[in-house]
Design a protein around this ligand. Structure first.
Ligand code: NAD
Ligand code: USQ
Length: 382
């Protein structure tokens, strides 16, 4: 299959590129490298050293003998997107190429506007280019579980059967997103659904939970292939942050009571899920939604688990309950359905103490790279 990976230099994108290439697909990376600029803006960095995209691809060529094409450019520029699709003629597009941090989108008005323009316009450009150039291509779009919020009923996979005044319909599940970033994903979902209905193109929206872990079979083969992993208060995510905090002797930063429950998955399962979506495409005109995660945990539960593993390793990890910088429920019902990817054959890597230990050990190895000043949360919702 010819697969274009938009956002292929990022945390989920880079291991996906190697995973598909390893399995014999013809792969191209599209990225404007803006994520590396945000590190500079925030004075932050990846815990692990990461090579330039050119060096990464050269290292992959050397290791595997496989060639991956590179398209450097911005999804919000239509001429660029048009050129890439005409030249590469993808059969599937995996779209990771967005601003994905909720705190970044809440820094101020400029960051909120940037996030929504970047994400919504980039996705619209892909949709229009697909319609005109590759109408049979399958869009595999990374959405987020955070589109649904935390309703007091079960979260279904994209759609809800509604009985109202004696009539019944199956409607998009109500959206109550957590941030300006999560809202951009809701806008994307609506635009994609409209494009599928109106133009007959096909798409799978993967509403992904929080991704943890770092290593995949391909990325650990040499230092030039290492994946990035974020630990700062803006781009770092809950479990990965706690492991890195434990390794460098920082308090584990639980926001508020820590009863916030979210859906989680191992990065190796991100790759498996995207592959399952690609090999079992949506029908023409279909807008398919999968909830992409394997387990749900409260934030406090995760911090306590990291604390226990760290203590077994001889590290004292203190849990601090910080004033919550976000506006979110700290105690709530949460039960999200996630059967569709399991039905397609997903074999989950469930969270293990070994993985937590491995993350802590990786962070110990690279602790000199950690800038302690960027760990505290800075963006507030109020
Ligand atoms: P990331 O920030 O590490 O990677 C995103 C990549 O997209 C970066 O390389 C960036 O340079 C590129 N990009 C951004 N805007 C672009 C544009 N306009 N044109 C071209 N390239 C652009 O993010 P990630 O963690 O790999 O997340 C990938 C996707 O998965 C995102 O859409 C995110 O919303 C979704 N997701 C991530 C997680 C998670 O926990 N990381 C969870 C759920 C969903
Ligand atoms: N949290 C803490 N302490 C921390 C970091 C986070 O208590 O140090 C809490 C947050 O308040 C929140 C929860 O943990 O309640 C998750 O926060 P997060 O930063 O780990 O993840 P989130 O902001 O939800 O965003 C991440 C990705 C985003 C993706 C989303 C999936 O950055 O791209 O869309 O996870 S989901 O959460 O399902 O919406």
């Amino acid at each position: 299959m010819r697969i274009l990976i938009a956002g292929g230099d990022g945390f989920c994108g880079w291991p996906t590129v190697l995973y598909f290439s390893q399995r014999g697909h013809e792969v191209a990376v599209l990225d404007n490298l803006v994520r590396r600029q945000w590190d500079e803006e925030l004075g932050s960095n990846s815990l692990t050293p990461i090579a330039s995209i050119e060096d990464r691809l050269a290292a992959w060529r050397e290791t595997s003998g496989k060639e991956v094409k590179l398209y450097l450019g911005d999804l919000t520029e239509y001429d660029f997107v048009d050129r890439v699709l005409r030249e590469f003629q993808p059969e599937a597009i995996v779209h990771y190429g967005e601003q994905r941090s909720a705190p970044y989108s809440m820094i101020d008005r400029n960051h909120a506007v940037f996030t929504q323009v970047n994400n919504v316009v980039g996705t619209l450009n892909i949709l229009y280019a697909m319609k005109d150039i590759v109408p049979d291509c399958h869009l595999i779009k990374l959405g987020t579980m955070g589109e649904y919020g935390t309703p007091n009923i079960d979260i279904e996979e994209g759609y809800l059967e509604v009985h109202h005044k004696g009539r019944v319909d199956v409607l998009p599940y109500p959206k109550q997103p957590f941030s300006m970033y999560h809202l951009s994903k809701v806008h994307d979902s609506h635009n994609i659904m409209f494009a599928c209905k109106s133009w007959g193109i096909r798409a799978t929206d993967l509403n992904q939970g929080v991704v943890y872990g770092l290593w995949t079979d391909e990325t650990k083969q040499s230092e030039s292939l290492y994946n990035r992993v974020d630990y700062d208060g803006v781009f770092g995510t809950a479990l990965n942050r706690f492991c890195i905090q434990a390794a460098v002797g920082h308090d584990l930063t639980v926001y508020g009571k820590g009863g916030q429950t979210r859906a989680f998955l191992d990065i190796r399962d991100t790759l498996q899920c995207v592959e399952l979506a690609a090999l079992n495409p949506a029908d023409q005109g279909e807008f398919r939604v999968f909830n992409q995660f394997t387990e749900q945990f409260s934030v406090l539960e995760l911090a306590e688990r990291v604390q226990r593993v760290a203590e077994d390793m001889g590290l004292a990890a203190n849990i601090a309950h910080l004033n919550n910088p976000r506006v979110e429920k700290e105690e709530h019902y949460y039960n999200a359905i996630h059967t569709k990817l399991m039905d397609l054959g997903l074999k989950p890597h469930l969270l293990s103490d070994e993985l937590i230990k491995d993350l802590i050990e990786t962070a110990e190895r690279y602790q000199d790279r950690v800038n302690l000043r960027v760990i505290a949360p800075t963006a507030t919702w109020r």
